[in-house]
Design a protein around this ligand. Sequence first.
Ligand code: TDX
Length: 369
Amino acid sequence: MSTSVSIPENIKKILVTGGCGFIGGAVIRKLLKSTDAEIFNIDKVGKVSDLTSLDKVIKKLGQSKESKYYFIQLDLADETLTEKVIFDIEPDLIIHLAAESHVDRSIDGPDLFIKSNIIGTFNLLQSALKYWQKLPSNKKESFRFHHVSTDEVFGSLGAIGQFSESTPYDPRSPYSASKAASDHLVNAWHHTYGLPIVITNCSNNYGPWQFPEKLIPLAIYKAFNNKKIPLYGKGLNVRDWLYVEDHVEAILLTAINGRIGESYCIGGNAEKTNKEVLESICNIMDRKLKKEDTLKNLITLVEDRPGHDQRYSINFSRINEELGWKPKHSFEEGLELTVNWYIENIYWCEEMMRKSNYNAERVGLRNYK
Ligand code: TDX
């Protein structure tokens, strides 16, 4: 699918942070296919990071793209090195995705989330600001700092209502609190120092290459291996699901054409209870794997997540009206593509789990009891 955004000629160097993550990797793969700009990936390569998704695409694209892609292993918590790298690269655009992102892990160990998501963003902002202030006026004018965030900063909805750009922040987990803090820092660097920023707040993403700790890939992995599929609480919490490629288009569109200083809410128009999501996965897998007994029998209610947000729903009118974006994949299409990919790449899940010493066990209850 071709992107509906074209990267302007004057953007010759794009710096992506967190390119070894699920969404960051998808952003880089799209950029490599749709621009001749040089792409720099800064990533600390944490526990659940993956380099294979990019290796494959770069090999396919051949030598010409290989020489336009640069990977720098760097933890943004390192203030001095971060500044040096920004000045060495001289980016025209920064897309900041590097973040710890799993709510359950943030419950067990919030420290890493504070360090990566808050201190990391602070260091990147400071370096970007110093760099931006020294740019010549034409480059200064066109430079952008794009911060990728989540709908979880808005808290939890009841049965009705939607999040939009004017919803007050009300984060409730260590993860969402750390993302909310990073959003506030980005806004403050714009209002106080004039740094040209854009923020996007997106709903739940799914698709290929997502580490199998999040609901959808975990459920596919468990079902494939005939293991119990854990459903938290009563399974009635609602999420608004967006196929990752649609999110990537929204990120690039807003990074290039979004209004400076604004935030844009991005959603999938696909609200589902967790129970519905798991049943849909099992239905697809029953069909594909020609199961006699439905895999739905594996779905098992387990203890709820502490502080579990009830419902997320996004009103994405702003990005739709201003930039013409809407999701291209329905939930059914996206889920089919995702299940297909995981069935064909189940070895990738096993390899990732082995590398990160994770056995698809329950996380997120350690500090609770
Ligand atoms: O085994 C599970 N069983 C289950 O019922 C897991 C892992 C999750 N759940 C529930 C919890 C949530 O209600 O499924 C829902 C989705 O859970 P996650 O995949 O962990 O995502 P969520 O907590 O909704 O947060 C996600 O959306 C916003 C991402 O992980 C964040 O990174 C993003 O910012």
